[in-house]
Design a protein. Structure first.
Length: 376
């Protein structure tokens, strides 16, 4: 069976943030908890958000979102949510803030512990419509979490697990490309490579979902046509708009499943001894996973080449490696600071990740270890 679902109401335009008051009223949200991080505050985006809120709302704020969301941060934000009598959430930021918001929205009306709701632990049917309403406002163009049904959260025991349910999809996504104008070049590149990886992995997923494939290819073409311009000139509003749309489209296609890149980047992102950016990990891993999958995706690789205007038989792995170089991404995992002694543990964890099942070429522990070594 193919489960094909498109649910989120998205408001997409430059300046869309100014309509936030209407969204709150339509959702009946009277006391939202704002979830963000200190960088959002420093960038002045929190003030812009508050300016868009009706009087008296938006006083409850949680700013301690870590770079990779954790169970303890979810519980800390939940304490604020309860003590302030909140009835919903506004998550503004990158994927971390939005995923953290999803975790709080879940536990606001579902008993703990959090782990019981993880997808690989059989938690999907335990997540009900009682999830608190969430408005997602992305300030990067990468994660797609604003329209995705998944939250990636590191448990206190170190496992980075996916929490997946249609009930976790934000009730509203406000996609305002102007909010990304101040994003530094390095983050524009890293988050943009995350969006590109979402489009490629969901397109290559073997599940039957032609609408998702069409959206993924459209997102890929938009992102490839814009990422270098957005990185070179952060004030290029057309490039920012196209990158935000590509990220949104990548997120819409998550339902088709991701693949080996994310199966590996999820456990790598959960490492406690080093904080690794999700998009940068994906950028480094993508060429190696493209090489691994090639024998099982000849037709789809031909379509990607054609859509990107590349010659027949062009080496896609080399193409994306060259793109990484032009974007000043690191070229290896060791350059990122991945410790060599974790590789076999990461390979094992990748086989258990929820994204592994939809990689086009079945991958076992040895296959993941070989990919890690080639990317190291
Ligand atoms: Zn991702």
């Amino acid at each position: 069976m193919s489960l094909i679902t498109y649910l989120t109401t998205v408001r997409f335009e430059a300046g869309a943030l100014s309509g936030l008051g209407n969204d709150l009223n339509e959702l009946g949200m009277k006391a939202p908890l704002i979830v963000a991080d200190r960088g959002i505050e420093r960038a002045g985006l929190l003030d812009r958000l508050r300016d868009a809120l009706p009087d008296g709302r938006g006083m409850a704020t949680f700013l301690d979102t870590p770079p990779n969301p954790t169970e303890s941060a979810v519980l800390a934000a939940l304490t604020v949510f309860r003590s302030q009598g909140c009835d919903g959430l506004i998550a503004i930021g990158g994927g971390s803030a939005i995923d953290l918001g999803k975790g709080v929205a879940l536990l606001a009306n579902h008993p703990g512990p959090l782990a019981q709701y993880a997808a690989i632990l059989g938690g999907i049917p335990k997540i009900t419509a009682a999830v608190a309403p969430l408005i997602a406002i992305p300030t990067t163009a990468g994660t797609g979490s604003e329209v995705g049904r998944a939250a990636l959260i590191s448990l206190d025991d170190g496992r980075k697990l996916g929490f997946i349910s249609p009930h976790l999809i934000p009730k509203r996504a406000i996609c305002d490309p102007d909010l990304t104008l101040g994003l530094p070049a390095s983050l524009t590149a890293a988050t943009g490579m995350d969006a590109i990886t979402h489009c490629i992995e969901t397109y290559l997923s073997p599940r039957y979902n032609p609408p998702a494939e069409a959206i993924a290819l459209d997102g890929l073409v938009r992102a490839i046509g814009s990422i270098e311009r957005a990185v070179a000139d952060g004030s290029d509003r057309e490039a920012r708009r196209e990158m935000m749309m590509a990220a949104l489209e990548g997120g819409l296609t998550f339902q088709k499943g991701l693949g080996a890149v994310h199966a590996l980047s999820h456990p790598l992102g959960g490492l406690k001894q080093v904080s690794l950016h999700h998009g940068t990990l994906n950028a480094v891993l993508l060429p190696h996973c493209l090489t691994f999958n090639e024998s099982h995706c000849a037709q789809k690789y031909a379509v990607i080449r054609q859509r990107l205007g590349l010659a027949a038989g062009h080496d896609l792995a080399a193409h994306f490696q060259a793109l990484n170089t032009r974007l000043a991404m690191p070229s290896t995992l060791s350059e990122m600071g991945v410790p060599p002694d974790c590789l076999s543990r990461i390979a094992e964890a990748a086989t258990a990740d929820h994204s592994s099942a939809t990689n086009p070429r079945p991958a076992d522990r040895d296959a993941y270890l070989a990919i890690l070594k080639s990317a190291f």
